[in-house]
Design a protein around this ligand. Structure first.
Ligand code: SAM
Length: 290
């Protein structure tokens, strides 16, 4: 067992300091975060241009910045460890929010611990937690998924697995995929309550609350900017699936160029409804239009 005590640069043991940064509002940068960055000799970060901007806004002078992202984290982590062993004060700062939360940094932390280097974090905002606590959904038990896989099959497999979880589910999503993701969620989760948390901590922060089918039909104009999706966990009682939801799910399947037969089978299986019912809706809505 290892025990970590006292968390600042003034202690004499080796230390890696993680620094959470604002997710859209500079005023969320904590005084401790500013102090850690000001005192650092070397700052590892995702994109040096973003960190340069942050430092300049915080009126922190020039620092040695090292770009450390998904594709070079291994080599850059070795460099960071060497610098810490030489006695340098080293921070790892995210572009936005917490490092390691759907962001790089986990290999760096693992390497630091392997090398008996203490790891400390200066806390700050995290989009997932901001969204969860304002969602109005159960915040006592939650499951953080982050980004779903981009490929359709992997995404749907993942959603099917998640559909059994009782905890509130938290997803990150980019604006160009949000509608497809909401439609896919409708098909697998049914009409659960959900919240889209947009532009958190910024001037246009907004929470759009409704059921998944209601959110899935929102227009692109309403879904701009950065977003978190919060979805109710599996309800205890089974929920009535309505025809609109079946229709949406069929449309999603057909958009992926599935045959009518495949689309009907998939929707019936995912939503747990009878095949003849889905087939009747398919005939009425899609077949007559072709
Ligand atoms: N490390 C970050 C954190 O602690 O929240 C998350 C970084 S992840 C690469 C970026 C995703 O976080 C975005 O696609 C979006 O889903 C979410 N996000 C970040 N900032 C946000 C904001 N201001 N409002 C809503 N969602 C945000």
């Amino acid at each position: 067992m290892s025990v970590t005590k006292g968390l600042n640069f003034s202690q004499d043991s080796l230390l890696l300091t993680l620094v959470a940064t604002p997710i859209g509002n500079l005023e969320d940068m904590s005084p401790r975060g500013i102090k850690a960055l000001s005192e650092a000799d070397d700052i590892f970060c995702e994109d040096t241009r973003n960190t340069e901007k942050l430092l300049s806004c915080l009126k922190i002078g020039k620092k040695n910045l090292h770009s450390c992202h998904d594709f070079n984290e291994e080599e850059e982590s070795n460099k960071a460890i060497e610098l810490i062993k030489e006695g340098k004060k080293v921070c790892y700062a995210s572009d936005a929010g917490y490092p390691l939360v759907s962001d790089p940094g986990s290999r760096l932390v693992a390497k630091a611990l392997e090398n008996d280097i203490r790891v400390s974090v200066v806390p700050g905002p995290c989009a997932a937690i901001n969204a969860l606590v304002c969602s109005g959904l159960d915040s006592e038990h939650f499951y953080f998924e982050g980004f779903l896989p981009p490929k359709e099959k992997a995404r749907n497999d993942e959603l099917r697995e998640l559909s059994e979880r009782k905890e509130t589910l938290i997803f990150y999503e980019s604006p160009h995929r949000i509608t497809k993701t909401l439609v896919a969620m409708c098909a697998v989760f049914g009409p659960r309550k959900a919240v889209i948390a947009r532009e958190l901590t910024k001037v246009h922060e907004e929470f759009i609350r409704g059921t998944l089918p209601e959110l899935a039909i929102l227009g692109e104009d309403e879904l701009r900017g950065e977003m978190v999706i919060i979805v109710e966990g599996k309800p205890n009682a089974s929920v009535e699936v309505d025809d609109n939801m079946i229709c949406l799910a069929l449309r999603d399947e057909l958009e992926f160029e599935r045959s009518g037969k495949e689309a009907v089978e998939n929707v019936a299986k995912n939503m747990g409804v009878k095949k003849n019912r889905v087939y009747a809706i398919y005939l009425k809505t899609f077949k007559d239009n072709n």
